[in-house]
Design a protein around this ligand. Structure first.
Ligand code: KIV
Ligand code: ZN
Length: 406
């Protein structure tokens, strides 16, 4: 019997308790994700993807960077008009022209926010902005105040926050909260932070910045060291209630925190993490395929959740366990995410039991002698082909039964 999703869950994946935090998922596939080399989308492709993001239950969609081109502006505008059940973020540097474009492009959204950013680390201030800390705080303050004239919800991002001195992050955050920022995002722009450091930054800023208790905190992690999901979870433990993600983890360089990995980590380890999201996990697979196709961006075979091999098992020992009870070697239910199941891959590590089971799925029942014969010839095929497709296995079985009838 195939156990249901509920019976398959482990001890710490019970339903969220009323005390659990609701994590808001902010998707930036169409802005930061699109900055992935070669992943540019046409406006009409953005609209199709945004519809699927809304179906997935994303809380905030960042559809692009309105000032960057007329096509980008038009895509943000059309998504704002069409998707009235999701909050839309208008992205802007801390520059009046950017803010004007973002405000205009999102005017027709049912719910919207302005997402403003400026760098905070000394390396960015000295070499890129060529401004002092005081100058940058004054710009941040003035631009939040300017944006607030048009939009109530203002997200402020201190770019490269994780490589910025703690005191200065606190000073900047305090300044923008005083001007009306409502969401504070502390990005790990270069994917440099370690989970304990990143979580500690959230704790320190929440404890140290005046007004921090009135705003939401957000994490935005890049994956240069493969730590984006771990860092995002550390931010949740440190008090963040919004996580910024991209589908398939696409984005600059090694990408951003992967939506599907983050959401499924929270879903699968709900009780340990003490949080839940509003994501409709049944749409995850479709979302992933759609973005991969539109961006011409292949998904690594071993990518967690959506990779080809994520729920496939080749070893005979694992296959034997799975056939007895799926919990033996699976912690998630692929069907729950809309992933078509073919859990057992037949290759040189597969055992007799798995072959017998797969043939039975085709209505082929062999006696012991026939099974041994198929098994021996199957192993030769597996050396040759690596993965033995079902049609080849069925052919081996019919050859075996025909020979034995002769
Ligand atoms: O990585 C980053 O710092 C960003 C911000 C501008 C939000 O993408
Ligand atoms: Zn980013």
């Amino acid at each position: 019997m195939t156990p249901s999703h509920e019976t398959r869950i482990n001890a710490d994946t019970q339903a969220a308790s009323p005390a659990d935090k609701r994590i808001r998922i902010f998707d930036t596939t169409l802005r930061d994700g699109e900055q992935s080399p070669g992943a540019t989308l046409r406006p009409e492709q953005k609209i199709v993807i945004a519809r699927q993001l809304a179906k997935l239950g994303i809380d905030v969609i960042e559809p692009g960077f309105p000032i960057s081109s007329p096509g980008e502006f038009a895509a943000v505008q059309q998504i704002s008009r069409e998707l009235q059940n999701v909050e839309i973020a208008g992205f802007a540097r801390a520059i009046k022209g950017d803010i004007d474009a973002a405000v205009k492009a999102t005017t027709d959204a049912a719910r919207r926010r302005l997402h403003l950013f400026i760098s905070s680390s000394d390396i960015h201030l000295d070499f890129q902005l060529k401004k002092s800390r005081d100058e940058v705080v004054n710009i941040a303050r003035a631009m939040v105040a300017y944006g607030k004239r048009f939009v109530d919800e203002i997200e402020f991002s201190a770019m490269d926050a994780s490589r910025t001195g703690r005191e200065f992050v606190i000073e900047m955050v305090e300044a923008v909260i005083a001007e009306g920022a409502t969401v504070i995002n502390l990005p790990d722009t270069l994917g440099f932070a370690l989970p304990e450091e990143y979580g500690a930054m959230f704790r320190a800023v929440r404890a140290g910045a005046r007004g921090a208790d009135k705003v939401q905190f957000s994490a935005h992690c890049h994956n240069d060291l493969g730590l984006a999901v771990a860092n995002s979870l550390a931010a949740i433990a440190g008090g963040a209630t919004q996580i910024e993600v991209t589908v398939n983890g696409i984005g600059e360089r090694a990408g951003n925190c992967s939506l599907e990995e983050l959401v499924m980590a929270i879903e699968t380890r709900k009780a340990a993490i003490g949080a839940e999201t509003g994501i409709n996990v049944g749409e995850i697979y479709e979302m992933s395929r759609m973005v991969s196709r539109a961006m011409n961006f292949p998904i690594a075979y071993n990518k967690p959740i959506v990779g080809r091999n994520a729920f496939q098992h080749e070893s005979g020992i694992h296959q034997d366990g799975l056939l007895k009870n799926r919990n033996t070697y699976e912690i998630m239910d692929p069907e729950a995410m809309g992933i078509p199941r073919s859990m057992i891959v037949l290759g040189k590590h597969s055992g007799r039991h798995a072959i017998k089971h797969r043939l039975a799925e085709f209505g082929i029942v062999l006696n012991e002698e026939q099974l041994q014969d198929v098994y021996d010839r199957f192993k030769e095929k597996a050396d040759e082909l690596k993965i033995v497709p079902d049609d080849v296995l069925v052919r081996l079985a019919s050859e075996s039964t025909e020979t034995q009838h002769d």
